[in-house]
Design a protein around this ligand. Structure first.
Ligand code: N2P
Length: 360
């Protein structure tokens, strides 16, 4: 028995892998996966992965709404996903194909169901916040008395002016930067009021001369190398910069904390386009991803929190206990979520954002 058992397993395993058809066309955020995630999936299923990356919800949305992307699996943020789902561009997730679905945290599923009724179209990939990350030495040198735990570090024009020479970057994300500005002004970060938008844009126009660039992924390397000193970016991306800086050993120290005024908390969601060429492969990937050790390895590699309850114990202490990754209750209480924009507000926001970036 002992000798024949492995042989029997091999006979079973070969047809199973060979039966998996075709490839998976996967469109994900940049810097958002572990080194061995895709190779592990290919080895386990026999499905080849074509992997493309993006760094902007707006770019993904334009492509999704046009259709015929050829993608099987895409990862928009929840508030964008909600609008795209309404446009009918996704197919429902078939949970019967995902035995590992039960590993998901029911509380997080409940929260995201506010924008995806019945958790119909999306499966949470990772969670993130949007906030300022900075080079400790460069900022302390220029602003020894500044409150480092406040958005005023970047939104106060005097502070921004003092940091202009070492370099400030903002995400090229109208929704997220505007929400941060509204929140800093004490306004509702989800407001669609024209007067509120005007106030947010005034604040941003006030610091505009001190912004080196708007970009949603370049700041990782620039922060790590000391080429910029502050970026308003995504939590895990800033922490990847911190990690790269520490590894380089040149004494660059990067810090990310959620400011006292709070920050946006977001969820990126795996979805399957209605016209996906290989929806079975997409379901297989989601099921593979939801294995606790696979999710935990991704969180450890990219410094983002996940929604896989069964994975929590496997996430490294460094990641699990970092309040910038897994915010404690009192921080969570100050955080806000985005809501799907109306088409009308979106047009005003795009116009205002273009004017801001082009310096009008
Ligand atoms: C990964 C960014 C993911 C968080 N680079 C923004 N949705």
């Amino acid at each position: 028995m002992i000798r024949t058992f492995p042989a029997a397993l091999m006979i079973l395993a070969v047809p199973a892998a060979a039966a998996a058809q075709g490839s998976l066309n996967f469109y994900n955020w940049s810097d958002y996966i572990a080194d061995d995630t895709l190779s592990g999936f290919e080895a386990e299923t026999g499905i080849d992965v074509n992997y493309d990356v993006f760094d902007s919800n707006e770019v993904v949305e334009a492509r999704m709404l046009t259709g015929s992307t050829g993608y099987d699996l895409v990862v928009p943020s929840l508030e964008f996903m909600a609008r795209q789902a309404q446009a009918g561009v996704f197919q429902p997730i078939d949970k019967s194909q995902i035995p590992n679905y039960d590993n998901l945290d029911p509380e997080i599923l409940r929260i995201v169901s506010a924008n995806d009724e019945g958790n119909t179209y999306g499966v949470p990939y990772m969670m993130y916040s949007v906030g300022p990350g900075y080079n400790v030495a460069m900022v302390e040198e220029r602003l020894p008395d500044a409150d480092m735990d406040s958005w005023s570090l970047v939104f106060d024009p005097d502070n921004a002016a003092a940091l202009a020479d070492c370099g400030i970057a903002l995400l090229d994300s109208p929704s997220e930067i505007t929400a941060a500005a509204l929140n800093y002004l004490g306004l509702d970060p989800t407001s669609e009021d024209a007067g509120d938008l005007e106030q947010a844009m005034e604040l941003l126009q006030g610091i505009r001369p001190h912004i080196r660039y708007f970009h949603s992924s370049q700041y990782i390397n620039d922060l790590a190398n000391g080429d910029i000193c502050l970026a308003v970016g995504y939590s895990g991306d800033i922490l990847q910069a911190k990690d790269r800086a520490a590894e380089a050993g040149q004494g660059v120290e990067i810090r990310y904390t959620i400011p006292a005024e709070g920050a946006q908390l977001g969820f990126d969601m795996m979805v399957i386009p209605a016209d996906a060429p290989n929806p079975e492969a997409a379901h297989q990937f989601i099921n593979y991803f939801l294995q606790p050790q696979v999710t935990a390895a991704i969180s450890d590699a990219v410094f983002y929190a996940n929604a896989n309850k069964a994975a929590t114990d496997l996430v490294s202490d460094e990641v699990r206990t970092d309040p910038g990754i897994y915010p404690p209750e009192e921080t969570l209480a100050k955080m806000y979520s985005a809501k799907p924009h109306s088409a009308r507000y979106d047009r005003s926001l795009t116009r205002a954002w273009t004017a801001l970036k082009t310096g009008q």
